[in-house]
Design a protein around this ligand. Sequence first.
Ligand code: V47
Ligand code: SF4
Length: 359
Amino acid sequence: MITFETISAKVRANKRISAAEAEFLFNSNELLEIGELAALANERKNGRNVLFNVNRHINPTNICVNRCAFCAFSRTAGEDGAYTLALDEICRRAVEAQGEGATEVHIVGGLHPDLAFEFYEEALRAIRKAAPSLHIKAFTAVEIEYFSRIASLSIEQVLERLKTAGLGSMPGGGAEILVEEVRQQICPEKISGARWLEIIRLAHLAGLKTNATMLYGHVEAPADRVAHMEMLRTLQDETGGFQAFIPLAFQPENSDLKLDVKGTSGLDDLKTLAIARIFLDNFDHIKAYWIMLGEKIAQVSLAFGVNDLDGTVVEEKIGHDAGAKSPQALTRDDIIRLIRKADKIPVERDTLYNLIRCY
Ligand code: V47
Ligand code: SF4
């Protein structure tokens, strides 16, 4: 029989917990006890260090052929608010970020019906030339699959060409919930969960590190979250290519997904981050994305197993178009203060988790 005590004994002995045990934790309201176990699991891996990186997000276009039901960012071509940035503008933003001390640009966007694959290669080349010190973390598995279709190339060929153009790693978006029945409700046009995993696997085999996200707080059940994390844990056992796991709290405004909820609760946010820390024993980093969580929950999450804060995003569109109330940017000093006040040690990292400086 599963009890909190049997789970606690496993975590304390540094043993892996099962999917059924993770589901038990999701159905429990013992938030502080779950948090304590997560904090223990985190401290074993990361001590008191909390990592952050200075980055800038660039979303080249919000025009997207998929139009996922939860997404308030995307537009159809010609619709009010639809935009596509020119190459010059993408480059200008990267150069500005480099000038402000960023070490990374994070580039993701919609699946544009007319832009050619060469546009994205050109964007990477131009950024690499104009801002050579920036690491380019770009394109979700969903975009990679789209490029392979529009350019009639294999996934391996797309990844090779992007690497040659300057791609350094990939973010973890597009995973949503990898369980097919949930995808059919929230993003029926998107690639399947199995395909997302396969593309990430190929990226890892090509030497690209990636992250993994989980969009939670919509139609999914606790069992779906656990199934999602179990698929990631299995792939990580095989490739070791994931850097961080990032739960994304669903922001419900302006989305076509009409739910009764007004967003996730703080309790659910903390529990989800903590269970992720306990369950994903082969992930080094659990990242709180304060844009979706708000600064306060992100700060408290540092006592619930989180060791990584994203980021110093200068302009954020995906969460804010969906009603996120967090600020558009936190400076390096804001982040350092937030971490110190949580009694942790702020450590700036680069995209590949090399430590840059302790504060
Ligand atoms: O895939 C879209 C999510 C993702 C909403 O890898 C929403 O370092 C909440 O993946 N409410 C893109 N989430 C963002 C992303 C990301 C962010 C920060 C860091 C990293 C990383 C990756 O945003 C999408 C989707 O899951 N999203 N709409 C919404 N209304
Ligand atoms: Fe397009 Fe991504 Fe938004 Fe889905 S989540 S509609 S794929 S931009």
